[in-house]
Unconditional design. Structure first.
Ligand code: AMP
Ligand code: ZN
Length: 172
């Protein structure tokens, strides 16, 4: 447990929260500043800061718990959809430095204009820049595929080439 970590304090029940899910490793509780009714946070009980630190096993478990909570939201509060959101690092606007996955129940017309905001944030990008970024981010296997696609394709033979090749073979 990390001193002064608010989510560690919630996990060890030193401060109260509206808990909706608990198992040996994970806690799910309602966000005190919800974006929609039922907005939930899923956290590992042990202190781990972000996606760079959490183990793959714990991340899988938290994802599975989020899925169960999403199902429950559909069944119990008529959610029609959910948004899953996770911020890792100050630059990514993470406010509480203890890993948490937001599960945000959504209904048509719920006044959370995420799409509007998203569209307003889109940056223009040239195809060359996208290609460059893909080359940087691709796995080694995908890099090989990209390289092979970039190799110049063998030039198609013109009628003239074919004629001269035929002549050359007839002469030998
Ligand atoms: P993030 O910006 O992804 O780090 O989100 C932090 C979230 O934690 C915010 O949505 C806060 O409303 C929520 N939060 C902070 N303190 C508490 C608390 N004591 N109980 C429940 N939710 C909290
Ligand atoms: Zn913590």
């Amino acid at each position: 447990m990390e001193q002064k970590c608010i989510f560690c304090a919630i996990a060890s029940r030193q401060i109260p929260a509206n808990v909706i899910y608990e198992d040996e490793k994970v806690l799910g509780f309602l966000d005190i500043n919800p974006l929609t009714e039922g907005h939930t946070l899923v956290i590992p009980k042990h202190h781990v800061e972000n996606v760079f630190d959490i183990s793959e096993e714990d991340l899988k478990h938290i994802s599975a718990v989020a899925q169960r909570i999403a199902d429950k939201m559909r069944e119990a509060i008529n959610a029609e959809g959910v948004d899953l959101f996770q911020a890792s690092g100050q630059a990514a606007d993470q406010q509480v430095p203890h890993f948490h996955l937001h599960v945000i129940p959504r209904k048509t017309g719920d006044q959370l204009s995420l799409h509007e905001w998203w569209v307003s944030q889109i940056k223009k990008v040239e195809p060359e820049k996208l290609n460059e970024l893909a080359r940087k981010l691709a796995t080694e296997e995908i890099k090989e595929v990209i390289k092979s696609e970039e190799k110049p394709k063998p030039k198609e033979r013109s009628k003239e080439d074919v004629y001269w090749i035929k002549r050359a073979t007839q002469l030998t």
